[in-house]
Design a protein around this ligand. Sequence first.
Ligand SMILES: C[S@@+](CC[C@H](N)C(=O)[O-])C[C@H]1O[C@@H](n2cnc3c(N)ncnc32)[C@H](O)[C@@H]1O
Length: 255
Amino acid sequence: MVKAAGMQNKGPGDRRPVVANHIEWMDAHAGETRDYFDGMAPRWSEKYEYEAFRRRLNVFLRPLAEVIPPGSRVLDFGCGSGELALALSDSGYRVIGLESSAAMHSCSSKALQGRDAVMLRVDSGSWSPIELPDGACDAIVSSSVLEYIANIEAQLSEFRRVVKPGGVIIVTVPNADSGVRKIERLLQVVLRALHLGRVINLLPHRIASYLNYILLSINRWNLSEWQRLLASAGFELTETAFHDKPLARISARRT
Ligand SMILES: C[S@@+](CC[C@H](N)C(=O)[O-])C[C@H]1O[C@@H](n2cnc3c(N)ncnc32)[C@H](O)[C@@H]1O
């Protein structure tokens, strides 16, 4: 296990309108995101018992298999309790899992025990440095994680550093143009204005968990903005899938 040293990284100013002081907000709240996922960790695997959630695995495995052969080194950034990392390992990839939540890291480390896998833990600030040398990975996958990263430019630039030239990244991200996301956006504005803080946790678990998710999932852009961010970070877009869904997939190649 490798634990990166304490990081409260500041990067270039944020230009997008979702939260005016995006990076400062997340520097203050990164601990809340970790606490939130620490709390979710013991039951996160249960989500994969449902077919709708299990489909997440093929959302990554299929496009990856088309471009990256077994034996390649794949980083699962924000690997949660390790379901995708395990499926990647089953498919013959050499896996690196990375997590900021200690509890998620513990679950995924157990899930990958005995495999050709390296499980990293990082103390995230507004983005997460990846304790790997330049060009260490053939691919990065990241399932529903970029929405929590305040300094997205710094994170994508870090992705570019650790992927080999010609390597690929596949990410799933919230699509602000979908109906569900529009409603959630309104809810986020209201919740922020109410400053409910820990009062939310007095509500029934499912409701509290959903409201906390809405507060902490801060990057909710339309697909052209996600594409622009990836292109500016030095990735050539190869595919955008699920345009009409709340969760879209973007694949890109490192130039
Ligand atoms: C919605 S969960 C998705 C987990 C897993 N990728 C999956 O699809 O089952 C988001 C995960 O990202 C992790 N995460 C959030 N911010 C992170 C950061 N800055 N660095 C690394 N991991 C992060 C959380 O701890 C959590 O496990």
